[in-house]
Design a protein around this ligand. Sequence first.
Ligand SMILES: Cc1cc2nc3c(=O)[nH]c(=O)nc-3n(C[C@H](O)[C@H](O)[C@H](O)COP(=O)(O)OP(=O)(O)OC[C@H]3O[C@@H](n4cnc5c(N)ncnc54)[C@H](O)[C@@H]3O)c2cc1C
Length: 375
Amino acid sequence: MKSILIVGAGFAGAVHARCLAEAGYRVQVIDQRPHIAGNVYDYVDDNGMRVHAYGPHLFHTKNTEVADWIRQFGVFVPYTHKVRARLPDGQFAPMPINLDTVNMVFGTDFTDAAQVAAHLARVALPIAEPANAAEHLYSKIGRDLTDLFFRPYTKKMWVLDLEDMSAAVVKRIPLRSDRTDTYFADDELQMMPRDGYTALFQALFDHPAIAISLSTAFDKAMLAGYDFCFNAMPIDAYFDFAEGELPYRSIRFHHATSDDTAQPGWCTTNYTDTGKLTRATRWDALPHHVVRETGRRTITAEEPCDYRDNAMERYYPVKTADGRYQAIYDRYRALAEAQAARIAFIGRCGTYQYLDMDQVINQSLAHVRRWLARQ
Ligand SMILES: Cc1cc2nc3c(=O)[nH]c(=O)nc-3n(C[C@H](O)[C@H](O)[C@H](O)COP(=O)(O)OP(=O)(O)OC[C@H]3O[C@@H](n4cnc5c(N)ncnc54)[C@H](O)[C@@H]3O)c2cc1C
């Protein structure tokens, strides 16, 4: 029986591990953290709340194959995510921008989508070919909405001005002219694992051919003991940063306890001010997240930072308008291709791209099935 080493017990590693085990391979999974589930790891805190250790993870997808595959490993319950942005006057406006957001910001009383679309067309700037994120947003919603909702948030999140960001980063932010106030309205499948992500991963790894070693960092000497390695570690670290560093933004999480158990009707509040925090999450808005009723609620605020200021926790690859980090990544990918007979880089940090959970599952299923077909 061939044996495979998998570095990383997050979604990329888990999907590979499960498929390989089911195909008859012996699989050893290692992770340097003391827990499984990678960045989607959750736990129940002293307030009885289920908290996602690395920020709120909402499962949403259009891909029914991915949804059906992951549902084999746990019960999922419907959940529709809602976000509000706190305005300077204390109001909470729906995000993404919709009809009510426009009314709150401009003091208008539009009642239908056509009025909003006409208003946005009036305030939008005539930029035919936007060269960066600022120009893209100005060309869609004008200066007021851009500078209120996106400029300070982007500066806090990326330490970049919108002018220095690729338009691609903001292109995926939806804009609505009706009253739709759900965050992922375009994804038909929005759901959460009823018993949490950690339990889901326990089921994913529950196979006699899978062994897991936690608190175990990858070492190149390990490769000699296996026929192949799927590796979700940062690709620049694997190559000892020979081509330069691939930077990431990270987040420090600040947990607070509230005695106010009245749910406001949304989960995440975005901050539009220029302070350090970008957003806060009320865990009680998520289904089955009040695991034990204590009369207390946990609210977690997020403070973006450089990954070097947060124990090298790599969350978001940095995308710039000039693509300089993508060029570094391309050089690492070329180095990796030269070793393709014994190692493949997978997942977010292995491929230096921001991927939602459904995308990681989808890519991993396709990748491991292609690999298996070649054996
Ligand atoms: C703040 C935040 C919020 C998010 N919210 C959502 C959301 O709402 N919806 C959504 O779909 N997606 C969300 N995502 C994306 C989601 O987290 C990723 O899609 C998913 O976790 C990627 O899985 P992965 O296996 O590629 O990486 P990870 O989950 O990061 O797993 C990689 C694992 O490799 C381990 N590792 C790294 N280096 C080594 C080494 N040298 N030796 C041993 N182990 C190593 C790490 O410890 C880690 O556990 C969010 C991401 C972040 C950062």
